[in-house]
Design a protein around this ligand. Structure first.
Ligand SMILES: *[C@@H]1O[C@H](CO)[C@@H](O)[C@H](O)[C@H]1NC(C)=O
Ligand SMILES: *[C@@H]1O[C@H](CO)[C@@H](O)[C@H](O)[C@H]1NC(C)=O
Ligand SMILES: *[C@@H]1O[C@H](CO)[C@@H](O)[C@H](O)[C@H]1NC(C)=O
Length: 484
C-alpha cells in the first residue's frame, strides 16, 4: 500500500524546486531585522542607516545615465555608479516601503535594460560584466515585488542581463579567450566576479542551468575562481596549528586579495540564501582563506608557499597594500562566528579593524567613495548581516528565514553556542567536524536540500515574478517540499 506514495514522493523530489526570493545578498529576514533595529532606535544601525541615506546614490533624485556600450577604462564608472544607485535605492525601498525609492531604482534598471547592448574593449569587459552584473541583478532581485518594475522594466532588464551580461560571464569561465589557453591566466578575482554574476542572474531569472553551472564551477572548475584554486594552499599557522588558506593573489598584493575575500563572501552568501552551503565547502575553505588574509593584514606573519601559474611566480607574500580592506567582514563574522559557531579569531579581529577603518561604528557600502575598488560589491554589512543575541536565537529557533532551512533545523538550537576551532585536525580528519555537535547538525540540516534547485525541468524560462499582495512575501522553509 505504501508503494504508490513512495513513488510519488520520489517523483516530487526530482521535479519540484523552489527558489527563495529575494535570495541573493539580501533576504526578507535581513530586511525585517533592519526595520526592527531602526524602529527600536538601536545603534549602530541608526547611524549606519543615516549615513546610507545621506549618499547621493541613495537619493530618489538620482537619475539613470545608461549608455549602449561600456568600455571599462573609458566609461566603466557610468555603469558602476548606476549599479550602486540601483542597489541602494532598491534597499532603501525595501526597508522604508516609500515608493519614490523603488521608482528611482526601477528607472535605472529599466534604462540599462533598454539601452545597454555591448561591453567592448579588451579583457576588462569581463570585469564590468562580472562585478556590475551581480550588483545590478541584486538590485533587480529586490524589486521583484514592485509592480511597476515587473510590468514595465522586468522584460528589458532581464533580456539585457541574459543576452548581454550572462554570455560574457559564461564565456570567461569556459575560457574562450585565446589568452585562456592557460586556464590559470587570470587572477582569481576575475573569475570570482563571473561566478557571482551568474549566480545572481540565475536566481533572478530562475535559471537552473546557469545556477548549476556557477556552483559546479566554483566547486570543480579548473581556473582560479574555483575554490581550490582561489585558495591555493593550506599552511599551518605559526604557534597555533590551525590550517590557514593561502590565497591565489597573496603573492601579488593585498588589495586584490581583499577583493577576493569580498567576492568569496558574496558568492557564499548568494548560495547560502538558496540553501546551498558553499561556506562549509572543504572544511570551510573560504574561512581559512579569510583567516590567512586577516592574520597577515593585521601585521602578523604567515607561511607562504611558492606559487606559479606559469605566467607569474611568487616566492613571498606581497606586502603591497598590506592592511587593505573592503566591506566584507561583517558578513564573514556573522556567518562563521555567529551562525556557524566557529572560532575565527583573525576574522573577528579584522571585522573590528574594518569597522575602525570605516570610522568605528559600522561598515559602509557601495557609493561611499570613488575609484573602482569602492564599487566591487554592495557592502553595508553592519546593516545587512550583524546579528544580536536575540537575532541569533530567532534563527536557531527557526523563526526567521535568514537562511532557507529544512524543518529539521529547528532541532539544532545549540549551533552558535558550540565553538569549534578550525584546527588542523578538523581538516586532516574530516570526520572530526562532521561529528561535532552544533555545527554539523546545523550544516546537515541546512544543506540537506541543497540540490533543490537541481534536476528540475520546469524553470528554464526566465519567468516573470508573480505579484502578490503586499510586499513582504516570506518563503520560510521554501525548500521543505523538496524532501523525498
Ligand atoms: C539560462 O542560462 C543558460 C546558460 O547557462 C543560457 O544559455 C540560457 O539562455 C538561460 N536561459 C534563460 C531562459 O535565460
Ligand atoms: C574538496 O573536497 C572534495 C571532497 O572531499 C574533494 O574531492 C576536492 O578535491 C576538495 N577540493 C579542494 C579544493 O580541496
Ligand atoms: C571586537 O570589538 C568588540 C567591541 O569593541 C570587542 O568586544 C571584541 O572583543 C573585539 N574582538 C576582537 C577579536 O578584537
Amino acid at each position: 500500500m505504501h508503494l504508490p506514495f513512495v513513488y510519488l514522493s520520489a517523483a516530487l523530489a526530482v521535479h519540484v524546486s523552489a527558489w527563495s526570493h529575494p535570495g541573493l545578498l539580501v533576504t526578507d529576514a535581513d530586511i525585517s531585522r533592519i526595520q526592527t533595529k531602526l524602529a527600536d532606535q538601536k545603534e549602530p544601525w541608526v547611524s549606519a542607516w543615516a549615513y546610507f541615506e545621506s549618499l547621493s546614490f541613495s537619493s530618489s533624485s538620482y537619475t539613470p545615465n545608461a549608455v549602449s556600450d561600456i568600455e571599462r577604462p573609458v566609461n566603466g564608472e557610468i555603469l558602476w555608479h548606476d549599479a550602486a544607485a540601483a542597489f541602494n535605492l532598491a534597499l532603501r525601498w525595501k526597508v522604508t516601503q516609500e515608493e519614490e525609492y523603488a521608482e528611482a531604482a526601477a528607472a535605472i534598471l529599466t534604462a540599462w535594460g533598454e539601452t545597454l547592448t555591448t561591453f567592448s574593449g579588451g579583457d576588462d569587459k569581463y570585469l564590468s560584466a562580472g562585478l556590475q552584473g551581480y550588483e545590478l541583478a541584486n538590485a533587480a532581485e529586490l524589486l521583484r515585488d514592485y509592480a511597476p518594475f515587473i510590468e514595465d522594466g522586468w522584460d528589458p532588464f532581464v533580456d539585457m542581463a541574459v543576452n548581454v551580461i550572462l554570455p560574457l560571464n559564461i564565456a570567461f569561465l569556459n575560457h574562450e579567450e585565446p589568452s585562456q589557453h592557460n586556464v590559470l591566466h587570470f587572477f582569481a578575482n576575475w573569475e570570482l566576479a563571473q561566478i557571482a554574476s551568474i549566480q545572481a542572474i540565475s536566481v533572478l531569472t530562475e535559471n537552473t542551468t546557469a545556477w548549476e553551472f556557477a556552483i559546479d564551477y566554483f566547486k570543480n572548475g579548473d581556473g582560479n575562481g574555483a575554490i581550490g584554486n582561489a585558495i591555493t594552499t593550506l599552511v599551518e599557522e605559526p604557534d597555533m596549528g590551525a590550517l590557514l588558506g593561502q590565497g591565489q593573489e597573496s603573492g601579488r598584493d593585498q588589495g586584490h586579495s581583499a577583493l577576493d575575500q569580498q567576492l568569496l563572501a558574496a558568492i557564499g552568501q548568494q548560495a547560502w540564501n538558496q540553501g546551498e552551503d558553499l561556506f562549509s565547502l572543504n572544511d570551510s575553505l573560504i574561512l581559512r582563506g579569510a583567516e590567512y588574509f586577516a592574520r597577515y593584514n593585521l601585521g602578523h606573519d604567515v607561511p607562504f608557499e611558492a606559487y606559479t601559474n606559469g605566467i607569474v611566480s611568487y616566492t613571498d607574500i606581497s606586502s603591497a597594500s598590506r592592511g587593505a580592506t573592503r566591506p566584507t567582514w561583517e558578513l564573514l563574522y556573522a556567518h562563521y562566528v555567529q551562525i556557524k559557531g566557529l572560532d575565527a579569531p583573525w576574522t573577528a579581529a579584522y571585522r573590528n579593524n574594518t569597522l575602525e577603518y570605516f570610522g568605528g561604528l559600522f561598515e559602509k557600502g557601495i557609493g561611499y567613495g570613488e575609484g573602482s575598488g569602492h564599487y566591487d560589491g554592495v557592502g553595508w554589512g553592519t546593516l545587512l548581516y550583524r546579528l544580536e543575541e536575540e537575532d541569533l536565537e530567532a534563527i536557531q529557533r527557526g523563526t526567521t528565514s535568514t537562511t532557507p532551512q529544512s524543518h529539521a533545523s529547528t532541532s539544532s538550537a545549540s549551533t552558535a553556542s558550540s565553538t569549534m576551532s578550525i584546527s588542523s585536525s578538523s581538516i586532516t580528519t574530516p570526520t572530526t567536524s562532521s561529528s561535532s555537535p552544533g555545527v554539523s547538525t546545523s550544516l546537515s540540516s541546512t544543506t540537506g536540500t541543497t540540490t533543490s534547485n537541481t534536476g528540475t525541468s520546469t524553470t528554464e524560462a526566465a519567468v516573470r515574478p508573480t505579484l502578490v499582495h503586499g510586499h513582504s512575501h516570506h518563503h520560510e522553509h521554501s525548500h521543505g517540499h523538496c524532501k523525498a
